[in-house]
Write a protein that binds this ligand. Structure first.
Ligand code: AMP
Ligand code: ZN
Length: 138
C-alpha cells in the first residue's frame, strides 16, 4: 500500500526522480540527498510502512540480504573499508521521514566516526532489573 502524501512512497515508486542504485519489484535503493559519507544510500520498500514495528515480516526478511548486497557493491566500487546499516524508529531516535528505510553508510579508512555513543555504566543488578522490565512487556 502507498500513502498519498509520503515523499518516500513517491520516490520508491518512481514518481519523483532519484539517484537510484538498485531497483526490484519491492525495493528501490537511492542515494541520500544529505550523505553522511560518499555513497550513503537508503533502502526504501515500495510499500508504505511507518517504521520497523509496522514492517511486513516478508519484506523485513529481504532487507539484511539487500543491505549486504549494496554494502558489498560499495566496497568494490567506492573502496570503502566497511559500512553501517542504520535504521531509526520514532522522532526521539532521529527518524525524520516516516516511511521505513535503512541507511547504508559507507565507512572509509581514517574517515570520521558516524554512528557513535559514549558507553555508560550499569551494575549487574541494574541490568537485571532493566532486562526484567523489557521481558515483562514481550
Ligand atoms: P531518517 O533521519 O532516518 O528518517 O533519515 C531520513 C534521510 O532521508 C536523511 O538522511 C535525509 O538526508 C534523507 N532524505 C530526505 N529527503 C530525501 C530525498 N528527497 N531524497 C534523498 N534523501 C532524502
Ligand atoms: Zn511512504
Amino acid at each position: 500500500m502507498k500513502k498519498d502524501d509520503c515523499i518516500f512512497c513517491k520516490i520508491a515508486n518512481g514518481e519523483i526522480p532519484s539517484s537510484t542504485v538498485y531497483e526490484d519489484d519491492e525495493f528501490r535503493v537511492i542515494l541520500d540527498l544529505g550523505p553522511a559519507s560518499k555513497g550513503h544510500a537508503l533502502i526504501l520498500p515500495k510499500d508504505h510502512f511507518r517504521d520497523v514495528c509496522e514492517l511486513d515480516p516478508k519484506v523485513a526478511a529481504k532487507i539484511l540480504p539487500l543491505g549486504a548486497k549494496i554494502g558489498t557493491a560499495m566496497k568494490k566500487s567506492l573502496g570503502c573499508a566497511g559500512f553501517n546499516l542504520v535504521q531509526n524508529n520514532g522522532e526521539a531516535a532521529g527518524q525524520t521521514v516516516f516511511h521505513f528505510h535503512v541507511h547504508v553508510i559507507p565507512r572509509y579508512e581514517n574517515g570520521p566516526s558516524i554512528v557513535t555513543w559514549t558507553p555508560g555504566k550499569e551494575t549487574p543488578e541494574e541490568l537485571a532489573k532493566t532486562a526484567d522490565r523489557i521481558k515483562s512487556a514481550l
